[in-house]
Design a protein around this ligand. Structure first.
Ligand SMILES: Nc1ncnc2c1ncn2[C@@H]1O[C@H](COP(=O)(O)OP(=O)(O)OP(=O)(O)O)[C@@H](O)[C@H]1O
Length: 802
């Protein structure tokens, strides 16, 4: 045995003598009488580690560890394992950790950075779940129905500020106060106390304008706000001056005095933890020791807790086995005594896995000062673990989806956020208007100013004369035809020969060439007179020869259409002047008045329904896709979960807020499309409004899915942008679905925008009503997608919350 171990063993022996009443427990004796406290034996009061000859420990009763006794503690963690990362490459953070926090005590959780303190605390408050092991908090398992955890039984101050910078101190307090179900008056009173106590600046100051230390104090104030039973503070004294730090500790000591409040606190200032009733020294995911500070100092003969920690760490390093799970030493922590309450049974709990202090007993005795303890009262029957019998919850609140306070808090938060970003809000409303204006001005109009190279051999090239006659004259008809071409669309450039004209097209100076032979007029007249007897040469000479640049389909097709329509106009006019039937100029297909739409349909009419829905859908996606991420990165979402807000409530509040914004956007889009730019609307405008709003909701819910799935804002933006083009291309917005391969048509039909676009198009251009399948399918598809997206985002949020 090394000198160090010998010294340590001697120390332990000494302590064992000090706690002679305790050592009798280790032998497994039932002790029904108080142990004698001889005057020459120093008795240390484990509440404060101070020598206290008058201290009377309670009667002891040996008892096996039970769920019942664990639930008696404020917090009880047993055999906790937690890893991050995949199962193949796990990062073990908690390894067989046991922890017991007695009610009415301050528990200082100490350990080096990265040893797993925050992880442990987040499991305790129900933010994360253990991979294996058990946690009882205030008698229930965190996250189970009626446990009150997460919820108002716990006050949690996370390591990061986790507050919304745009809120004032008062608004921050109101937000959390309402969530905890407090009345406004009550919140204001508490706020005044906390402002004074924590030496905070004016309640109207915005959190983002406070110093780091002040922000931490506001964060601390939030945890204290509702005076919770269990206060969990992750490094509350960082960035706080020594005076205030001491007053925080004084306050913690004060609130735990009557035994009704419990505090778990982590700190990097190890020495300040001397004021705690119990200290848990944590290293590499487990507790090296869990004792009253003075007891630790005595056992290890150290002057400071830091020294104790170093000793224990060295010892752990020396005995570190490869497999952490194999080390299971048994000991009992005196710190688990419930010193605060004299009327209640007190337990010493069997501690497996607390290493370093292994000289205590292996059984779990119960110190009991009255017979009808909690467990006896239940006649040995334990209430179901997941549904504690006690606590504020009742069936009513379990069935309740939300509370007025939470709804008020969440809605106020969302609207305030918007209000505080007026610039962004204006942009949010200006954007759809801008998009509609740009769409109506830029899409669907006929191109103008297109150059055509004309080679007219009938024309006098020297004088450049090409007279147009408006009577029944068969002279230079080519000039008459050229005159019939639309002036705004086509600009006529004259060339001497076809070769130079074609070169102009090749060099991009013209969109096509029109060529007339020198006897075009005679051949054309002969063609009309001879009819079926016209020879090939006559037919050939009478043709208007055209070479087009078809590289641009839209311009090529439009020129093609204009050249043919202009010929029709020219021929009809000539026949009319010559007292002939102008119908002779028509091809023998008669287009009657269209059943739906106009004789001259525009591309705008085809695209407009899809564009309306796309604008509303993707604006909603943009609005919501980062909403949850921003809250999550700020830490506000995590803090709200711990305060008892549910994914449903968060989503519900965002749906309401975004819905209001979206209604405004929808109104603007429809007003500009239909009223200002006169996009045809033959159907019921109410159906148009409802369908557009449904699509907005659908986009919003899709945004929630993105927001719930993505950790980073940039990933959300990438996903939202990435989904834009496939949806636009596949939804029949810019090209008919019928033009797609069959498989793609099936895929297209299930996308959120496809049926809705068809439906809106049918309402706008055909004036159809809900009885038509094309119309009602759009509504059904939109509603189905909304439900689906909402369900997915709720599930993802719940999963992530766990
Ligand atoms: N979400 C996470 N995903 C993956 N690993 C994580 C995650 N959170 C924490 N860890 C890792 O778990 C380990 C313990 O982290 P934890 O934050 O619990 O330590 P800590 O003791 O609170 O540290 P500190 O005192 O610096 O706050 C660290 O190695 C950390 O990198």
């Amino acid at each position: 045995m090394s000198d160090f171990n010998k010294m340590e063993e001697a120390q332990r022996e000494k302590i064992r003598k000090m706690f002679s009443w305790s050592s009798s427990i280790t032998e497994g004796n039932n002790i029904n009488t108080m142990p004698d406290v001889s005057p020459d034996v120093v008795v240390i009061d484990p509440r404060n580690g101070i020598s206290n000859p008058g201290f009377q420990p309670l009667s002891l009763l040996s008892q096996q560890s039970t769920v019942c006794t664990r639930r008696q503690q404020a917090v009880c963690v047993r055999n906790a394992f937690k890893h991050y990362g995949s199962k193949k490459k796990p990062n073990h953070v908690l390894s067989n950790l046991n922890m017991t926090v007695a009610k009415g005590t301050i528990y200082g959780l100490l350990g080096a950075s990265g040893c797993g303190k925050t992880t442990l605390l987040s499991c305790i408050v129900g933010r994360r779940q253990l991979n294996t092991g058990e946690i009882y908090v205030l008698g229930g398992k965190p996250g189970t129905r009626g446990s009150g955890v997460p919820g108002k039984r716990v006050g949690y101050m996370p390591q990061e500020i986790a507050l919304y910078g745009e809120f004032s101190i008062q608004e921050t307090m109101m937000y959390f106060g309402w969530i905890f179900g407090m009345h406004t008056k009550e919140i204001n009173e508490r706020l005044q106390f906390l402002l004074n106590f924590l030496d905070l600046p004016s309640q109207n100051r915005l959190v983002k304008n406070l110093s780091g230390g002040q922000q931490r104090r506001v964060s601390f104030a939030v945890a204290l706000m509702h005076d919770p039973e269990l206060l969990i503070l992750d490094e509350p004294t960082v960035g706080v001056d020594p005076l205030l730090r001491q007053s925080i500790w004084n306050h913690l000591v004060q609130i735990t005095k009557d035994g009704h409040k419990t505090v778990i606190i982590t700190t990097h200032y190890i020495e300040e933890a001397r004021q705690a009733h119990t200290i848990g020294l944590m290293r590499s995911g487990r507790l090296l020791a869990e004792e009253a500070p003075q007891v630790l100092l005595s056992i290890y003969g150290c002057q400071s807790l830091e020294e104790v920690f170093l000793k224990l760490s060295r010892k752990q390093q020396g005995s570190e086995p490869n497999n952490l799970q194999e080390v299971k030493t048994n000991n009992t922590s005196l710190a688990t005594l419930n010193w605060g309450k004299k009327d209640e049974p007190v337990y010493i709990i069997e501690e497996k896995g607390v290493i370093g202090l292994n000289f205590y007993q292996s059984k779990e005795p119960q110190l009991q000062d009255h017979i009808n303890g909690y467990c006896d009262h239940l006649n040995g029957k334990l209430p179901p673990v997941d549904e504690p019998v006690d606590y504020e919850s009742n069936l009513g609140s379990c069935l309740q989806l939300t509370t007025v306070g939470k709804t008020q808090a969440l809605l106020q938060k969302n609207f305030l956020r918007m209000w505080r970003n007026v610039g962004v809000m204006l942009f949010i409303f200006a954007l759809p208007v801008m998009q509609v204006i740009l769409f109506c001005l830029a899409i669907g109009r006929d191109p103008t100013g297109l150059h055509l190279a004309i080679v007219n051999r009938e024309m006098n090239w020297t004088t450049m004369e090409c007279p147009v006659r408006h009577n029944c004259s068969y002279v230079q008809l080519s000039c008459r035809y050229l005159n019939a071409l639309p002036k705004d669309t086509i600009i006529q450039d004259y060339y001497k020969d076809p070769e130079t004209a074609i070169d102009a097209v090749k060099s991009g100076d013209a969109w096509g060439v029109i060529y007339f032979t020198e006897n075009f007029t005679d051949a054309l007249v002969a063609r009309m007179v001879l009819g079926k007897d016209a020879d090939n040469e006559t037919l050939d000479q009478s043709d208007v020869r055209v070479w087009l640049d078809m590289s641009n389909q839209q311009i090529g097709l439009m020129l093609n259409r204009d050249l043919q329509l202009s010929y029709r106009t020219f021929a009809q006019e000539l026949l009319e002047q010559c007292s002939q039937n102008p119908k002779l100029a028509d091809i023998p297909i008669q287009f009657k008045e269209p059943i739906y739409g106009s004789e001259d349909p525009s591309f705008t009419d085809f695209v407009a329904p899809g564009v309306i829905l796309t604008i509303v859908f993707f604006l909603a996606v943009a609005l919501t896709s980062s909403a949850l991420i921003v809250e999550r990165t700020e830490g506000l979402l995590d803090r709200s979960w711990v305060a008892g807000v549910t994914p449903f409530e968060v989503l519900f509040s965002h749906v309401i807020t975004q819905f209001v914004v979206m209604c405004g956007q929808t109104a603007l889009v429809l007003i500009f499309m239909i009223v200002v730019f006169q996009v045809e609307c033959r159907g019921d405008i109410n159906l148009v409004i409802i369908l557009t709003i449904l699509q907005g909701l659908c986009g919003m819910c899709f945004g929630f899915v993105i927001s719930a799935c993505c950790e980073l804002e940039r990933n959300a933006i990438q996903l939202a942008l990435g989904s834009f083009y496939p949806t636009l291309l596949l939804s029949g917005v810019i090209w008919p679905v019928e033009g797609m391969p069959v498989l793609l048509q099936y895929i297209s039909s299930i996308l959120p925008l496809t049926m809705a676009t068809t439906s809106l198009r049918s309402i706008l251009t055909r004036g159809w009503t809900l009885v038509e399948p094309d119309v009602y399918l759009g509504f059904i598809s939109s509603a189905t997608w909304i439900i689906l997206f909402l369900t997915i985002s709720m599930m993802v949020l719940k999963f992530k919350k766990g």
